[in-house]
Design a protein around this ligand. Sequence first.
Ligand SMILES: C[S@@+](CC[C@H](N)C(=O)[O-])C[C@H]1O[C@@H](n2cnc3c(N)ncnc32)[C@H](O)[C@@H]1O
Length: 155
Amino acid sequence: MLPKRNLHFIGVDFGTEYKDALLTAINTIKGNKKCFILIEGVLFFLDREETDNLFDFFNIVQNKGDIIGSASFQDELKKSLAFKRLLLFFGEKVAKTKASDYQTIQDEFYQSRANYSLMDHQEYFSLSKTYNHKIRLQKELILNEHFYLLLKTKF
Ligand SMILES: C[S@@+](CC[C@H](N)C(=O)[O-])C[C@H]1O[C@@H](n2cnc3c(N)ncnc32)[C@H](O)[C@@H]1O
């Protein structure tokens, strides 16, 4: 179980000019403490420019030794039946969209972040092995999310 924490919620739209206000808010809360950033399920909805900006922002927030945990999907996701079904579901329940509206990210994005080194890369199938999770669905029906840990190695 996680220890009790004070949680602060700061709503931000990464498509706007958010950096100055968000940095001030984070610095007030974080001070000089160590910092782990987790981003899960969001990059799929951003474009590459917003994503580059966001990771540049993480670099400003973090110090050497801090870590980013990031989850995203790779290009081959879009060939899967699971993704085709997701598009249909969004089309029926949310809004009509096309495959190119959703961002996928290859390993090179994480391997080439200035000041960071890639510590670990896992995905649904490798973690299922690690945690002894029995996969019951066909591979085609799984949205295979990839998980990356980036260590900030330079100031
Ligand atoms: C599938 S949910 C993932 C939720 C996430 N795992 C969490 O625990 O908050 C997708 C999230 O992406 C966020 N999102 C999408 N576009 C965004 C944007 N331009 N700026 C900020 N957040 C965005 C949505 O608000 C939503 O909370």
